[in-house]
Design a protein around this ligand. Structure first.
Ligand code: C2E
Ligand code: MG
Ligand code: MG
Length: 390
């Protein structure tokens, strides 16, 4: 069966389930198999059912659980029960797919003859099936997201924007964070949170990071040579830091651009900071090579404190969730003062993220006068050409 680019095959033997057949749906490079038996068992084991294609004769049985009655010459009417071989079958037809579900209670004991119970069974089954369809669509999408991203990297759909980082005390721009932007072929922006997670899960975040580093140096090398103190930070995953080829890659690119290592800083996001000795050693090597290492989005995770004592880094970026807390509640309710005090004790620099309002800037200026800051109040992310325009 084929409909707008999707192929559906029925009764495909299932790997790992001897004797089990599944429905297989394919679109592009995504394939999802759906075993109706799994749903019926979870939903109501007392139902016999069939999924058939179309409503007119000849009806083709696509999948069945229990005995299949003779359907020759039968015409289905949605919602209208069907009497076959002395059994009463309920009929439900999909509005989206050219298929109907025909189901009957299995040897109904009197208590189960209630139409209410049958209705529940049917409802559950339909939910199970539509859940399967929804899951298949979602899985298909995320699989192809990874592939699309790899194509996007090659075909110029990705660009890097830069969000200025300022000194909170005088608002002078001292650096910028490189942020990836992806506009898909239909012109829609794809959220970095979604595609970065996909790249991490599918194991090609390393390519993404290298793409960003390369692009930053291509776009900014002239300006960076003129400003030896300016630092661009790049977001990296723990796997980048642990990759033995990453430090040599960075140093080769910087050397080719005629720039010192201090001009590229690395932001490691908390969720990727596995608490391993290897990670600690790799971070130490990168710092020795001259890169500043930041813990990004600090304060969003319980593990924050425990790994800070083990991983030696240069600075923390305080997550913008704290800004939200300041916006919504009174100053008393935030733990920002404790975090600032802790950073000071540990000798860590701070970047306060996501400052949108003057009141937030004033609050943190009083709390951490030497901190750096980043947020819409100072500037949204801009393209390379506009970073040094002001
Ligand atoms: P992040 O590294 O914490 O980056 C800061 C995010 O906060 C950016 O979102 C930025 O646009 C946003 N932001 C900055 N100031 C404000 C503000 O005042 N208000 C609000 N509401 N938001 C603000 P973006 O660009 O959507 O990136 C989201 C996340 O995706 C990043 O969080 C980072 O974890 C990841 N990401 C983005 N680009 C890359 C990349 O090249 N590599 C990797 N590995 N991750 C990336
Ligand atoms: Mg970041
Ligand atoms: Mg952040």
């Amino acid at each position: 069966l084929s409909d707008n680019g999707r192929n559906s095959s029925f009764r495909v033997p299932q790997v790992g389930g001897p004797g089990a057949n599944a429905m297989l749906m394919q679109r592009g490079d995504a394939a999802v198999s759906l075993n109706g038996q799994a749903y019926i068992e979870a939903v109501d084991p007392r139902l016999d059912y069939m999924i058939v294609s179309g409503r007119q004769a000849p009806l083709r049985v696509l999948q069945a659980v229990g005995p299949v009655p003779n359907l020759e010459g039968i015409q289905l009417v949605a919602q209208q029960p069907l009497h076959l071989n002395g059994r009463l079958y309920e009929v439900r037809c999909s509005q989206r797919y050219a298929s109907c579900l025909i189901a009957a209670l299995r040897q109904p004991p009197s208590i189960f003859r209630s139409p209410v119970l049958l209705e529940f069974g049917m409802f559950g089954l339909l939910i199970g099936l539509s859940g399967g369809f929804a899951a298949s669509v979602a899985i298909g999408r995320s699989r192809s997201l990874g592939k699309q991203l790899r194509v996007a990297m090659r075909s110029g759909q990705l660009k890097v924007v830069y969000q200025p980082i300022v000194r909170l005390s005088d608002r002078r721009q001292v650096g910028a964070e490189a942020l990836l932007r992806w506009t898909d072929p239909t012109g829609k922006p794809v959220s970095p949170d979604a595609f970065i997670a996909t790249a991490e899960n599918e194991g090609f975040i390393g390519q993404v990071t290298r793409f960003v580093v390369t692009r930053v140096l291509e776009e900014l090398h002239d300006e960076l040579r003129r400003r030896p103190d300016f630092q661009v930070t790049v977001n990296v995953a723990a796997s980048d830091i642990l990759d033995n080829a990453f430090a040599p890659f960075l140093s080769a690119r910087l050397q080719a651009a005629g720039l010192p290592p201090t001009c590229i800083g690395l932001e490691l996001t908390e969720r990727t900071t596995a608490n391993s000795r290897e990670l600690g050693k790799a971070i130490a090597r990168l710092r020795e090579a001259g890169h500043k290492v930041y813990i990004d989005d600090f304060g969003t995770d319980y593990s924050s404190l425990s790994y800070l004592s083990r991983l030696r880094v240069d600075a923390i970026k305080i997550n913008r969730a704290f800004m939200q807390a300041l916006h919504d509640q009174s100053d008393q309710d935030t733990i920002a003062p404790q975090i600032v005090a802790m950073a000071e004790v540990l000798g860590l620099s701070m970047v306060i993220e996501g400052i949108e309002e003057e009141q937030q800037a004033a609050y943190f200026l009083a709390l951490a006068p030497t901190a750096l800051a980043q947020g819409w109040l100072f500037s949204k992310p801009v393209e390379a050409g506009r970073l040094f325009a002001a």
